[in-house]
Ligand binder design. Sequence first.
Ligand code: ADP
Ligand code: MG
Length: 221
Amino acid sequence: MSDKIILSAKDISKSYPQSGGDPLSILENINVDVKAGEIVALVGASGSGKSTLLHILGLLDAPTSGSLMINDKDVSCLSEKDRTLTRRNDIGFIYQFHHLLPEFSALENIVLPQMILGMEKKKAEERALTLLKRLRLDHRADNRPGKLSGGEQQRVAIARALANKPKLILADEPTGNLDPETAEEVFQLFMTVVRKTGVAALIATHNMDLAKRMDRVIEFS
Ligand code: ADP
Ligand code: MG
């Protein structure tokens, strides 16, 4: 792990207005730092605000207040266009459900985000195949997601999140939809691959056993 702080969120709060009452507070003054190469677990009961926080940190939602730095850049007040660019360049997102494009192969699902950033097709395919190899899925490169098991789909989603060499990985219960045995297998591969890249990672989970195997645990009450 290096000392370089990749994600620095200060006093993040989120509330929703309610008709005829006080705003509904979901997050209150949350502070999170994640360093390069550090894998941090975000644990909390269902409804405690994990997904809300990850969406804010991934620039998919705006906080009610607070500031956010990603890779030394203040991303609190970016234009819509710059938010999109930061998301594409610096952040990899893994959801509980894979969200792969059903009409494209596993390989193409990892190639596309690279080509959106201007990567040449051949180079993008090479990188996609390297990532699939690391996730032990290169033999399924030409299969569409519908032909893959749940664990295999999540492994493709992990490869896709790493495709553009992000600085930060945000994962929202990435093994939450898998049976325990498959979850363990995917989790181990995930830890190995992410560790190898040196990316900063924040992973929401309600599984304390998995959380304890990460570098640090942030617990939501
Ligand atoms: P978790 O991921 O930890 O299960 P969430 O971040 O999904 O928690 O949700 C936290 C709380 O925020 C929940 O009580 C949820 O109902 C509430 N919430 C989420 N989105 C909205 C919204 N658009 N308006 C009002 N409440 C919301
Ligand atoms: Mg959630």
